[in-house]
Design a protein around this ligand. Structure first.
Ligand code: HPA
Length: 270
């Protein structure tokens, strides 16, 4: 994999992706952050050597380089999911590339269902810890030693300094920012009532289909990591309504301005 990483990095450097400090993965509900960025370069994933091949759904995926709040950032507009048929190594390849381009910090956003019923849809949750229920690890492959240690410490995968700043910014701006544990599942089907009950029992506050692989690899690479979920639906097994994906996307959009406020203010402080 090291040769591929070198080649991809070389391509992007030649395109002008010059020493970004911060990497951002935009999940559902944070696309508008791009309007705040002065974009210097952008490349479709399809054109980047060794990037996972885009599915039809994903033809819009782009890697963007620009400036936000005075910092050089590299932004993934659209991420890869296990449920689209990618491997965990594919999903996390862009994180390895952003690290090689120079980032020190990775900020991640996603949409998630609220398992903790004190949390409401349309609100935000800072991820303090996670549970990996995707059945494997992005580090479980032959040749991982070429890229670093195999047995990565996960005692504090989310950076406490950044989290404290996020909480402070939220308070100053009157934004509700819950804290909690995110559990990642494969999807794409939503959960059964029995599964929501189980996820609550094992300690999850929110459930989604992304983020954990990227965070594991970011820890492998010693990046500082923080992640925020937009809560898009309430996962109450005793009153479960059929999920409406349009509704999920609408709720993500509702929370988007708050997410943008948090990210912008944080990036200014980093
Ligand atoms: N489950 C899994 N993933 C999700 C959900 C959910 O309820 N809501 C948004 N992403």
């Amino acid at each position: 994999m090291t040769n591929y990483i070198e080649e991809t990095t070389k391509y992007l450097k030649e395109k002008g992706f010059d020493n970004p400090e911060i990497g951002i993965i935009l999940g559902t509900g944070l696309g508008q952050l791009l309007n705040e960025i002065s974009i210097l370069k952008e490349v479709s994933y399809n054109h980047i050597p060794y990037f996972p091949t885009a599915t039809v759904e994903f033809h819009k995926g782009k890697l963007i380089y620009g400036e936000l709040a005075g910092k050089k950032v590299v932004v993934m507009q659209g991420r890869f999911h296990l449920y689209e048929g990618y491997s965990l190594q594919d999903i996390t390849y862009p994180v390895r590339i952003m690290k090689r381009l120079g980032i020190k910090t990775l900020l991640v956003s996603n949409a998630a269902g609220a398992i903790n019923l004190n949390y409401n849809k349309g609100e935000l949750m800072l991820i303090e810890d996670h549970i990996n229920l995707q059945g494997s690890s992005p580090l479980a492959f032959k040749g991982i030693e070429e890229l670093g240690t195999r047995f990565v410490d996960m005692s504090a995968p989310y950076n406490n300094d950044i989290n404290q700043r996020f909480l402070h910014i939220a308070k100053e701006n009157g934004i509700t920012l819950h804290k909690g544990v995110y559990v990642s599942v494969v999807g794409p089907q939503l959960e059964t009532r029995a599964e929501y009950r189980m996820l609550k029992l094992i300690g999850a506050d929110a459930v989604g289909m992304s983020t954990v692989p990227e965070v594991i690899v970011a820890n492998h690479l010693n990046l500082k990591v923080a992640a925020v979920s937009v809560l898009t639906d309430e996962c109450d097994p005793d009153h479960l309504e059929p999920v409406d994906i349009a509704d999920i996307i609408a709720n993500a959009a509702k929370a988007e301005p708050n997410m943008i406020t948090l990210f912008k203010a944080l990036i200014k402080l980093i």
